[in-house]
Ligand binder design. Sequence first.
Ligand code: KIV
Length: 314
Amino acid sequence: MHSPRKSFRIGGFPGKSMPDRGANKLMVPKSLFWRRKLSAAGRKNGRITVPKIRERKGGDPIVSLTAYSAPMASILDPYVDLFIVGDSVGMVFYGMESTLGVTLEMMIGHGAAVVRGSEKACVVVDMPFGSYHESQSQAFRNAAKVMKRTGCDAVKLEGGAEMAETITFLTERGIPVMGHVGLMPQSVNSLGGYRARGRGEAEATKIISDARAVSDAGAFSIVVEGVVEPLARDITNAISVPTIGIGASAECDGQVLVTEDMVGLFNDFTPSFVKRYADLGPAIAKAAAAYGRDVKARRFPADEHCFRVKNNNS
Ligand code: KIV
């Protein structure tokens, strides 16, 4: 019999009512889970593929959220088409000031966790700052490492026309690439902050031509971040692959939000384009306070939380 601690729980936690994902499937030994996911030809059965995301251009809007951990991926998986394991993990999860300090090893760890925790959504992992800018071969070497070690479906990288040749180099060698234009957090120092992009005509024209270059280079979709509304529409109309907007209006082929922003688990800064669908921070604080009171009053652990010596005769 395997220990529950060695299992990965899909779709919920004991005692909680969960979405209709099959409560019977709750405990799956991790080893079997992996075998099932990487079965036969090594293809992940049932997962939404990169070509399927690409086909959604102009169609049913693509629902995307960020995820950094297996439990969060498991909870969100039934409701999203696409996970972006964003380098926003640096700020949201590690408390960094920007995304610049995020390393390839961090992205690999979080990417692998999200792949393990999900079975339906397409998983895209961010290439961190400095891991793809030096040369096409550096980009390929690091993107291949991310793909091999996480089992993800694609990588994402920031940049416009200047990244086009790198994107072609990767896509022609079997690495699907998602682009990212507009507000590019890895360029915060060059852009001079996180302000919305495309207010002036020259800047707007440059962002459209960047999106075209990235799309023509072979990206299967493009994140459009922090741009003024008419620009998101112009970009979406100008390119043949889906645009995934974040702070870019509903005129995109899909939307992504940072999950912790959406559920109130990250309060350092909430951009104005975020809609809060839940406020989990206070609920967690309340739970921690109740736990603290119980520990101090010796109400926890109670009898039912204690191991008992087994009676040998039973
Ligand atoms: O790092 C991140 O979270 C992103 C989002 C725009 C998806 O790139």
